[in-house]
Design a protein around this ligand. Structure first.
Ligand code: NAP
Length: 275
């Protein structure tokens, strides 16, 4: 008897831009798994209905992208610890009894990407630019890594204040252009959408950033953002945002298809269209 086809996918609105189908397809081929992973366009008002049919349609689960991550929290039957802390679901797993479990693997992906670049905080603070969903994942990751203090720099200070109330006194709030907040840090993270193709550029003065601080940008389109170019030119070590995307997909692939896949240079080249 042949094994049943394992089905998964990614839901968004729109969904054409997503790199996830290409990434999961690579792993399905590599590990010789009888499975499918499809892009699924789902309008926001349809999300609840569509998620509730996953079990009947034989899906192992789905990933969620913009604009569904927050809304799914209210739809799934179970929410794991990280999804609760981040306030968003990026992976829905269909349990054997048909109920839906919401998980969030963004903090895991962020951590693995930093570790791949050899990041150690050495007791020094980290700076996060931004206070949205991506920043929340970075906060959870850095707190779990034991980073002693996190400076949040954001355009809208009220949104950053909410994060301090939620996550605690390890966090402090600063204006987005507060260049002195970059002093003595071990890490600078761009978790805003500035610098993303089609968005305004990220303009930042790095003069106070220590030369041994690691710089990472969650934006990966373009891959080499102006921030990363600027940081590299002054001698800082950098790590791009594609690694986070690749690593956050690993626990989802394992949940859907039963194999913990590797993130390799060949996978990066393939996803970027260079292989
Ligand atoms: P979000 O929740 O909408 O938050 C956007 C953030 O960007 C907020 O802090 C917002 O500041 C700031 N921002 C937007 N436009 C701005 C402007 N013109 N001037 C100053 N600040 C501005 O978005 P998100 O989900 O956190 O995503 C942020 C970025 O991370 C996106 O580019 C996304 O693609 C990327 N991302 C990458 C990965 C990965 O795997 N690499 C994973 C998740 C997200 P205000 O609070 O003032 O509005």
């Amino acid at each position: 008897m042949t094994a049943p086809l394992l089905k998964a996918g990614v839901m968004g609105w729109p969904i054409e831009h997503s790199l996830s189908p290409k990434l999961h397809f690579y792993w399905l081929q590599k590990y010789n798994i009888q499975g499918s992973y499809l892009p699924i366009a789902v309008a926001p008002e349809q999300l609840g209905v569509v998620l509730k049919t996953l079990y009947l349609q034989g899906y192992s689960g789905v990933n969620l992208t913009v604009p569904h991550k927050e809304a799914a929290l209210q739809i799934v039957d179970h929410v794991d610890h990280n999804a609760l802390r981040i306030g968003a679901v990026n992976t829905v797993v269909v349990r054997e009894d048909g109920t839906l479990e919401g998980r969030n693997t963004d903090a895991y992906g962020f951590t693995q990407n930093l570790l791949s670049a050899g990041y150690k905080s050495n007791g020094k603070p980290a700076v996060i630019l931004g206070a949205g969903g991506a920043a929340r994942a970075a906060i959870v990751a850095l707190l779990d890594m034991g980073v002693a203090s996190i400076r949040i720099l954001n355009r809208t200070l009220d949104k950053a204040e909410v994060l301090v109330e939620e996550f605690g006194s390890e966090l402090s709030v600063h204006a987005l252009n507060d260049k002195a907040a970059l002093k003595d840090v071990s890490l600078l993270v761009n978790a805003t959408s500035l610098g993303l193709k089609g968005q305004p550029p990220l303009v930042i003065d790095l003069q106070h950033l220590p030369k041994d601080a690691l710089v990472t940008d969650m934006v990966y389109a373009p891959l080499m953002t102006d921030l990363l170019k600027q940081a590299e030119a002054r001698g800082n070590k950098i790590v791009d945002g594609l690694g986070m995307l690749l690593h956050q997909a690993r626990p989802a692939f394992e949940a859907f298809f039963g194999v913990d896949p590797d993130v390799t240079p060949e996978l990066r080249r393939y996803v970027l269209g260079d292989a």
